[in-house]
Design a protein around this ligand. Structure first.
Ligand SMILES: [Zn+2]
Length: 291
C-alpha cells in the first residue's frame, strides 16, 4: 500500500492538509469543520423540528391504523414495526437531550447524529429523568427557569414568553410520561437498542430457540448477543390497547423533543439579539469617539 502523504488545502481557511494515498482528501481542517457545524446548530435544530422529529410518530400511527384491518401474521409485523419506532423515537430523544446539554462544547449536529442508544445510555436516561426535579432538568439543558423567562429572555414579546412557558411546562410533563412507561419499557428498550435487523429476525415461535414458547398473539425479535453468548428474544403482544399506549409514548417523546428544541431556539435567538446589540453599541461608541 502506498503510504506517501499527499497534500490538499482546507476549503475554508486555505491551510495545507496532508492525507494518505488511497484516502479521500478532507474538505476542510478539523477546526474549520467544528466551526462549520457550530454555526449551523440553530438551522439544524429548526429543520429537524420541522419534519424529522415527527417521522417515528407518523410511521407508528400509520401502522396502528393499518393493523386493525390486517390478517394475524401481518398484524404481528406491524406491531413489531411500532415497537421499532418506539425504540427509535427514544433513541432520538435521548440523543437530543444529551446533544443539547453538551451544546456549549460540542456542535449539536455532531453529538446528535453520532449518538447511538445502548443499554447503558437508555437506563441512565430513564434514571436521570425520574430522579431529577424539573428546575434542575432545565438548568442542565441551559433553559431559563419558568419563573424567570421574561427576565432571562428580554427580547421576547409577552406572547412569545407565554408560548414558551407553555412549551417548557409541556416538555417536563412529556419527559415524565416517557419514563413513567416504567422499568419494563426501559429494559425492552435497552435490549432492542442497537438491534436493527428486526425485520429479518422476526419470529412467530421461540420454542426452537430457548424452549420458552410465545403465545399465539405474540411476536418476537431475535438478536445475537456475542458478548453474553446468547440469543436475545424480545417478545411483544399484539394487543391494540397496549400498542395504543406505545404510540402514545412515541407521541409524548416527539412532543418533548419538539418543545425542547423550541426552548433552545428561543435561547439562541436571545443570544443573537444580545450579540447584535453589543456590536451596534460598540460601533456607536467608535463613531462618537471618532476612532
Ligand atoms: Zn481550515
Amino acid at each position: 500500500m502506498d503510504q506517501r502523504a499527499l497534500e490538499s488545502v482546507c476549503r475554508d481557511c486555505g491551510r495545507p492538509l496532508s492525507f494518505h494515498a488511497g484516502e479521500t482528501a478532507p474538505a476542510r481542517c478539523a477546526d474549520c469543520f467544528e466551526g462549520f457545524l457550530r454555526i449551523r446548530d440553530a438551522e439544524f435544530l429548526s429543520s429537524y423540528a420541522e419534519l424529522g422529529v415527527a417521522s417515528r410518530r407518523i410511521l407508528a400511527e400509520t401502522s396502528l391504523r393499518a393493523l386493525v384491518m390486517e390478517s394475524p401474521p401481518h398484524r404481528k409485523v406491524l406491531a413489531m414495526h411500532i415497537m421499532e419506532q418506539y425504540v427509535q423515537a427514544a433513541s432520538d430523544l435521548v440523543g437530543l437531550y444529551g446533544a443539547l446539554q453538551a451544546r456549549a462544547h460540542t456542535p449539536v449536529m455532531r453529538a446528535f447524529l453520532a449518538f447511538h442508544l445502548d443499554r447503558t445510555s437508555a437506563l441512565a436516561f430513564f434514571r436521570e429523568i425520574r430522579e431529577t426535579p424539573g428546575p434542575e432538568l432545565l438548568d442542565r439543558l441551559n433553559i431559563p427557569q419558568q419563573a424567570d423567562l421574561a427576565g432571562s429572555l428580554p427580547s421576547l414579546s409577552k406572547k412569545d414568553i407565554k408560548d414558551l412557558d407553555r412549551a417548557v411546562h409541556q416538555m417536563l410533563i412529556d419527559l415524565r410520561k416517557t419514563v413513567d412507561m416504567g422499568e419494563t419499557a426501559a429494559l425492552a428498550l435497552a435490549q432492542m437498542a442497537g438491534e436493527r435487523r428486526t425485520g429479518a429476525a422476526l419470529t412467530n415461535q421461540s420454542q426452537w430457540l430457548d424452549s420458552v414458547g410465545l403465545r399465539a398473539d405474540q411476536v418476537a425479535a431475535i438478536a445475537i448477543d456475542e458478548r453474553r453468548r446468547t440469543v436475545n428474544v424480545t417478545a411483544i403482544t399484539v394487543d391494540e390497547a397496549r400498542l395504543q399506549t406505545m404510540v402514545g409514548a412515541i407521541d409524548a417523546m416527539t412532543r418533548a423533543s419538539q418543545n425542547m428544541i423550541y426552548a433552545v431556539l428561543s435561547v439562541y435567538q436571545e443570544e443573537d439579539r444580545a450579540k447584535e446589540l453589543a456590536t451596534r453599541s460598540h460601533t456607536r461608541k467608535r463613531a462618537t469617539t471618532g476612532r
